[in-house]
Design a protein around this ligand. Structure first.
Ligand SMILES: Cc1ncc(COP(=O)(O)O)c(C=O)c1O
Length: 488
């Protein structure tokens, strides 16, 4: 049964009503409902969008301290997701991750972090001055990717670090591989821990039973989701959900007031209101279709010689993990191609853009916006790539070091990030303490954490991936790839 209220879109309706009232505006934004916008911009996107690009006004409420339609829209979001309170975010899951850490961890305090965290979790740790204690997800050498943490690894980490009151998890990961959240969360909460979850890739999970359970349903205290990544939010539009009272929701609100803009985009917030309505009222049908299309494509891709697409059966073999089947992780290494090269070919020759490539794989997101024709085009392009000969197959041994490794910190990430530094060429950085979060982006999992001693293997790994076309973030590009390290 869909609650009647879920068909409502209070924020969007208020924006439309105010736009239609055509009041004279002597307030921001300066384009005044589009009258002052660049003609080229208006010609391309049309004029209506500018009439709802409004600012904090009585009729449309205030994100910093909502009392009207934004509050109602957030309450509807909480109801739809099974949360007790939800917050709209206008700087993506990035700001939500910062807020989760800042509202739960005190400076100097330990926080347990699954090592497959996005760099925004690390940024939250830098901002808070907390001390991370990492535990490792499993690594699959065949795909060359970190999969996710097992419940046993999480339990062991909680035993080893009893002082860490807060546990930060990332699930599903970029590839759609979800940890056993109900078990991990229940085990943590039995020990009085606070479980915070980066669910950037899971805003849709709650709305279809064939998908892994959502973190909110699994009982996470705080969860952040990129509504924009998978469902109908505009880019940057995310949500933070609070469940239970172990974390003070008022504290979260206060932290968000500090971190978020005082001029949040009403277009982004309206997209959250509408995306929530869409998921709550027809999510099951729309997601069912996306799942069907993804599964059909997976089967066809798995019939192409030289290609393999990760499926739920293989993920189950890894242990207590499960797969969001709308993600297609396609291994191209047997074709003798890197994921980066295959992605560039799909783009240049077939006008197909994938979400991400890594050394061995392509990652395709199938969503409520895809049509059968789109997937057919992808499969045909992959068939064409597979018919060509590219070179000898890549083998896992080519990876100089697994990207996920034990991380020993010489000082806290905050001390390293803000410490006195020098820039040294990457090739000469082994043995120094890194000041920056160094990642291959995407997926944005730190290869190096500020405060970590740089190993020769990590330098090899970064150089190796750089040569193969990966984008390395956190290194300085001038005059040659350099890295900020603590001065002696
Ligand atoms: C796991 C994970 N967390 C957080 C983020 C950041 O999310 P956003 O782009 O919504 O700020 C990303 C982005 O790719 C991500 O993959």
């Amino acid at each position: 049964m869909i609650p009647e209220g879920q068909y409502r879109t209070p924020l969007f309706d208020a924006l439309v009503a105010l736009a239609e009232a055509r009041k004279v505006s002597f307030h921001t934004p300066g384009h005044k409902s589009g009258k002052g916008i660049s003609t080229r911009f208006r010609k391309f996107v049309g004029s209506k969008i500018f009439t709802i690009d409004l600012t904090t006004l009585d009729e449309v409420d205030c994100l910093q301290k909502p009392v009207g339609v934004i509050r109602e829209a957030q309450e509807l979001a909480a109801e739809a997701h099974g949360a007790d309170r939800s917050f709209f975010l206008v700087n993506g899951t990035t700001v939500g991750n910062h807020a989760m850490i800042l509202s739960t961890v005190h400076p100097g305090e330990e926080v347990l972090v699954a090592r497959n965290a996005h760099k925004s979790i690390l940024a939250g740790i830098i901002l808070s001055g907390a001390t991370p204690r990492f535990f490792l997800p499993s690594f699959d050498p065949d795909l060359g990717i970190a999969i996710n943490v097992s419940a046993a690894a999480a339990a062991e980490a909680m035993r080893t670090h009893p002082k860490a009151r807060v546990v930060a998890l990332t699930s599903p990961n970029y590839y759609g591989v979800a940890a056993d959240m109900p078990t991990i969360i229940a085990a943590g909460q039995r020990q009085g821990k606070i479980l915070i979850v980066d669910e950037a890739h899971g805003p849709h999970l709650h709305f279809h039973p064939a998908l892994p359970p959502s973190a909110v349903d699994a009982g996470a205290d705080l969860t952040v989701q990129s509504t924009h990544k998978i469902v109908g939010g505009m880019t940057q539009a995310s949500m933070l959900h609070v469940k239970g009272d172990a974390v003070d929701a008022g504290r979260v609100a206060g932290i968000l007031q500090m971190l978020q803009s005082t001029s949040p985009s009403y277009i982004l917030m309206a997209s959250l209101d509408l995306a929530r309505m869409q998921m709550a009222t027809e999510g099951r049908k729309l997601l069912g279709r996306a799942i069907e299309l993804a599964e059909e494509a997976r089967e066809r891709i798995n019939r192409i010689p030289g290609l393999r697409c990760l499926d739920g059966r293989q993920v189950k073999e890894w242990g207590d993990l499960s797969l969001d089947v709308t993600k297609l992780t396609i291994s191209v290494k047997e074709l003798g191609l890197t994921g980066y090269a295959a992605s560039a070919m799909l783009n240049a020759e077939f006008d197909i853009q994938v979400e991400m490539a890594d050394l061995f794989n392509l990652l395709v997101i199938v969503s409520i916006g895809d049509r059968r024709d789109d997937l057919d085009r992808l499969v045909r392009a992959l068939e064409a790539l597979a018919r060509r000969s590219h070179g000898p197959a890549f083998v896992p041994e080519m990876l100089p070091v697994p990207p996920i490794h034990e991380t020993r910190l010489a000082c806290s990430p905050r001390e390293a990030y803000f410490g006195k530094y020098v820039s040294v060429p990457l090739a000469e950085a082994a043995g120094r303490i890194t000041c920056d979060i160094v990642t291959i982006y995407p997926p944005g999992i730190p290869i190096l954490v500020p405060g970590e001693e740089i190993s020769a293997a990590a330098v090899d790994y970064l150089q190796f991936l750089g040569r193969h076309g990966a984008r390395i973030d956190g290194v300085v590009e001038r005059p040659e790839a350099g890295i900020r390290v603590l001065a002696h």
